[in-house]
Write a protein that binds this ligand. Structure first.
Ligand code: NDP
Ligand code: MG
Length: 385
């Protein structure tokens, strides 16, 4: 029986992780969880899965939840609570499915506690990839990808010599606005941006997919997970999301990973690795039903955020931290109706020009830069942009 700590249990990945756990009760048990503010759903999850501990974002909500669930589940709050949920039980794996750079500290602490990390929270690797990977190496801990592209690449690299890899090829669906020109993007609405053609995901990552920043974050994530230079990471448009990513080798062979766009597959693989289990209620992929697969060269002028992410990754140091924090803040402003869709990339670019870089920053500098970047982006609102 594998005990699982799940951070971000109320989110899109969180709920699908619970589905995987519930579908294999003989294999998995939820021992710890965290939520943000959705304590109604937390109460339901606690009553079904009976974890030892649950962390919530605010102490006020923690008090309400304590009264509602009784003494069998310990309720904790704040960053200290989130870390306690990550490290305190006998879990062997921590699924990190929180959104944003708030996931960084619990990841580092879970690594110190020698837990395997099943990482959905890509912002953690973008904001501080060198710290996370160094920490994992030092404590001899495996970081397994949950992101579908990285899970695909992980599987394509199984048993291969990474010195024989020509490049990693990440596929991108193109998000909600794949076929729109930049001119047509000027007046798109939040509702239109939230309407992803292939994947049902949380709001922030759906906007990231529409701006193509999601793929940019994934390029940086791939750089850290697989230790490849940015010149060896490529992105290709593939609107069907059937090929989840590919690896090209020096002998010109390309190995691709195919499957239905169903996040339970990479989530479950991260929990069973190196083994596999049946995907309960999983739809099989019939390629004759799909008929055709399409591919298109990536246009870096059209998808400006992807170019910014490559620039930040190649610059290294603090630039990915700035990119990530500026993006998190700008997406929040867009979702709340304060800025237009194209202003997201403008704000990120201005933040990257404004904030100065430092090579191999420590944790404190990263956290400070994250905060300063968010303040800078917010300040652009009152400056009339
Ligand atoms: P959601 O927005 O659906 O869920 C986020 C989760 O994090 C919720 O449980 C939320 O709690 C919690 N949370 C939010 N803010 C905080 C905070 N400040 N402190 C503590 N907890 C917080 O996100 P997704 O599930 O879509 O994405 C999660 C991560 O996985 C992201 O990094 C995303 O990029 C990545 N990912 C997601 C995919 C998907 O298909 N959704 C695919 C690949 C990667 P609450 O709702 O209770 O407030
Ligand atoms: Mg992905």
């Amino acid at each position: 029986m594998k005990l699982v700590s799940l951070l971000g249990a109320t989110g899109s990945i969180g709920v699908q992780t619970l589905d995987v756990i519930a579908s294999h009760p003989e294999q998995f048990k939820l021992s710890a969880m965290s939520v943000g503010k959705n304590i109604e759903t937390a109460e339901k999850i606690i009553s079904e899965f009976k974890p030892e501990i649950c962390a919530v974002q605010n102490e006020e909500d923690a008090k309400k939840l304590r009264t509602a669930v009784g003494p069998s589940t310990k309720i904790v709050s704040g960053m200290a609570g989130l870390i306690e949920a990550a490290v305190s039980t006998d879990s062997s794996v921590v699924v990190n499915a929180v959104i944003g750079s708030v996931g960084l500290l619990p990841t580092l602490k879970a690594i110190e506690a020698k837990k395997t990390i099943a990482l959905a929270n890509k912002e953690t690797l973008v904001t501080a990839g060198h710290l996370v990977m160094e920490h994992a190496k030092k404590h001899n801990v495996t970081v397994l990808p949950v992101d579908s592209e990285h899970s695909a690449i992980y599987q394509c690299l199984n048993g291969e010599d990474t010195n024989r890899v020509e490049k990693l090829i990440l596929t991108a669906s193109g998000g909600s606005f794949r076929d729109k020109s930049r001119d047509e993007l000027k007046n798109v609405t939040v509702q239109e941006a939230l309407n992803h053609p292939n994947w049902s995901m949380g709001a922030k990552i759906t906007i990231d997919s529409a701006t193509m920043m999601n793929k940019g974050l994934e390029v940086i994530e791939a750089h850290w997970l697989f230790s490849f230079d940015y010149s060896k990471i490529d992105v290709i448009l593939h609107k069907e999301s059937i090929i989840h990513s590919m690896v090209e080798f020096v002998d010109t062979s390309i190995i691709a990973h195919l499957g239905q766009p169903d996040m339970r597959v990479p989530i479950q693989y991260a929990l069973t690795y190196p083994d596999r289990l049946e995907l309960v209620k999983g739809k099989r992929l019939n390629l004759w039903e799909v008929g055709q697969l399409h591919f298109q060269k990536m246009d870096y002028d059209r998808f400006r955020c992807l170019k910014l992410a490559f620039d930040a990754g190649i610059a290294g140091g603090l630039m990915p931290t700035v990119l990530n924090a500026a993006n998190e803040k700008a997406v929040e402003l867009f979702l709340n109706g304060h800025i237009t869709f194209l202003e997201i990339e403008e704000m990120i670019e201005r933040a990257m020009l404004e904030l100065s870089n430092v090579s191999t920053p420590d944790l404190e500098t990263i956290q400070e830069t994250d905060t300063r970047t968010r303040i800078f982006v917010e300040s652009l609102l009152s400056k009339g942009r």
